[in-house]
Design a protein around this ligand. Structure first.
Ligand code: SF4
Length: 57
């Protein structure tokens, strides 16, 4: 059985939120403005997932 939570299975949450100090597995519906902006930029191809990963290194 995997230890991955339902929220962590969302690729945007996995990419952005799991690096965030405010991440809580049970806040399924909460999305901050930064998350929404980053998600929109990723969807539009203005940002690449690698650039998000690099920002957290
Ligand atoms: S929604 Fe925003 S505040 Fe919440 S965990 Fe994701 S990046 Fe952090």
């Amino acid at each position: 059985m995997s230890s991955t939570t339902k929220k962590e299975k969302d690729p945007y949450v996995s990419l952005i939120c799991t690096q965030c100090e405010f991440f809580k597995e049970d806040d399924l519906l909460l999305e901050c403005a930064a998350f929404k902006v980053l998600k929109k930029m990723l969807k539009k191809g203005r940002l690449k997932p690698e650039e998000i990963k690099d920002a957290f290194r």
